[in-house]
Write a protein that binds this ligand. Structure first.
Ligand code: SF4
Ligand code: SF4
Length: 92
């Protein structure tokens, strides 16, 4: 389980994985700096109308990897415009 934080919840807007691919995205999916992103690990759920990380879908939200990635700890970049807009598929 991720450490408790005071961050507001992640809404799955996909901003972070599009603008700043994490080290795992660079390592696993060989994503580099813009304009290469969004990370190829970023997946869109039509059903949930939000993005997920493919690595976490495979490993599980309770996995060690999820803990290391602070999944569930909230969003630290809520000033981005996407956070307040209705989510849309950013993987296209
Ligand atoms: S809400 Fe924040 S942490 Fe979640 S996908 Fe958007 S920018 Fe990333
Ligand atoms: S989709 Fe997953 S691997 Fe890619 S940048 Fe986001 S958190 Fe990292």
């Amino acid at each position: 389980m991720a450490a408790e934080t005071t961050y507001p919840p992640c809404v799955g807007c996909g901003f972070c994985c599009t603008k700043a691919v994490c080290a795992l995205g660079i390592g696993f999916y060989e994503c580099n700096e813009p304009p290469d992103p969004p990370c190829r690990g970023l997946v869109w759920s039509e059903q949930d109308q939000r993005h997920y990380c493919q690595l976490i879908l495979e490993q599980g939200a309770e996995s060690k990897l999820a803990e290391l990635m602070a999944i569930g700890a909230g969003c630290s970049c809520t000033l981005n415009d996407w956070y307040r807009e209705p989510n849309q598929n950013r993987t296209k």
